[in-house]
Design a protein around this ligand. Sequence first.
Ligand SMILES: Nc1ncnc2c1ncn2[C@@H]1O[C@H](COP(=O)(O)OP(=O)(O)OP(=O)(O)O)[C@@H](O)[C@H]1O
Ligand SMILES: O=C(O)C1=C[C@@H](O)[C@@H](O)[C@H](O)C1
Length: 319
Amino acid sequence: MKSLTLDRSASKPSVRGGRLNFQPAAALIRCANVTPVFKTGHVKKSANVHNARFEKHFRVRCQPAQQTSEDAVLEEDFDLLGTKISELVTDLNEELKGCSIYIVGMMGSGKSTLGKMLANTLKYTSFDSDMMIEMTHEKKAVSTIFKEFGEDYFRDCESQVLKQLAPYKNLVVSTGGGAVCRPMNWSYMQQGIVVWLQGSPELLARRVAKDGLEKRPLLAVESSGDDLYGTALSKITSLLEDRTKYYENADVVVNLESLSQKDTEAGAPTAVVMYRTLLGVKAKIQATKEEREAKRNFTIENADQLKTMRTIQSPAQNE
Ligand SMILES: Nc1ncnc2c1ncn2[C@@H]1O[C@H](COP(=O)(O)OP(=O)(O)OP(=O)(O)O)[C@@H](O)[C@H]1O
Ligand SMILES: O=C(O)C1=C[C@@H](O)[C@@H](O)[C@H](O)C1
């Protein structure tokens, strides 16, 4: 299989056979001074990695970060919101044990914005996969990389970045909107807790239209005339239809809509989104613990239960 070698000094990335090499991203990670759970290369698995893999098979799917009537109050009262967030963070710092958080969602859902705030709050290190790809490509923008090298190449870079981040703890990683579409990327992201920022196409389109579509190559291609909102809305609607099945694999779903009249257009403020995220992460950890406990305490209580269980025959029985 051909692989990419990205060289900081090369004007164009080269493609050659052999092992994948993505040194520039590794350098960025080293600069951030974060510690890996295990070293890449000779994989010496620590107990934490083993646990992460173990839990992957017993995931509690899509823990929704429920909105409550209290949310509306918190959107109006940021002092109270700050207190609630501090309380949650104190609890979570104990329970997370450094488990990384991966943020997924469509363009404009606020992954980069939330990622920085969340990392700051949890005292984690924030990484933005789009930004890492840009920094390792002579500071070429994502849209330029799409134009010069194509989407497939960009997706390979994205997978490489996620692969390199996977062994590390204490990270908040804001992923690219399309990262969820490659199954391999899930094996990297599921080393941590995956949070989906879910917003309506209308909300997302309003946000990206406000930014302009140029820096989002999948929207810019389709851009027609001055109706940025209409262009964004139709493309986002169709992308979301294709991608929802992938986003639904997330551990936590956070609704971006606002409950307050004044934020209806823009969506819930980032601090509120962070509060919902922390609540969802806490619920996910709790649900995983309960699930594990239930498996540990599993007992056969009556004969009916046996009918629904698969049995494995020993070789002697087969003879
Ligand atoms: N909670 C929020 N309320 C209002 N606007 C927001 C909020 N969060 C982000 N935005 C705005 O939405 C736009 C997109 O945000 P951001 O770049 O963080 O999203 P993203 O999910 O990382 O997007 P992309 O995948 O396209 O890079 C920005 O203009 C940002 O300022
Ligand atoms: O939704 C997508 O496919 C993308 C989202 C951005 O974050 C970038 O990763 C890129 O523009 C592609």
